[in-house]
Design a protein. Structure first.
Length: 97
């Protein structure tokens, strides 16, 4: 069943479930700056106010996969995902020329 989600509709628990991780994993990644909630402050105690855009699932899954597959540090995984996203954006731009 396909469910269409509005932006900022994911809480930390839903994002964690989508990545097959626990809420503590999401919390750690937010505090480290690897994942960024769309709403709420990045303080540890504010986890209940965090909401994530549906597009954040792709980034979070990529980070989780890189951490798992290569035993990568979260910051290194995030940098790798940043580069992957940049390459995709550059390819899109080239296609539209």
């Amino acid at each position: 069943m396909l469910e269409i989600m509005d932006d900022d509709s994911l809480d930390a628990a839903t994002l964690a479930q989508a990545c097959q991780r626990n809420v503590a994993w999401v919390q750690e990644r937010v505090l480290e700056g690897v994942l960024t909630p769309s709403t709420g402050t990045r303080r540890a105690g504010a986890i209940d106010s965090w909401r994530f855009a549906a597009t954040c699932i792709v980034r979070a899954r990529r980070v989780a996969q890189l951490e798992h597959t290569y035993e990568a540090d979260p910051q290194l995984a995030a940098l790798t995902v940043d580069l992957m996203e940049e390459v995709l954006e550059l390819r899109r731009r080239l296609q539209h020329r």
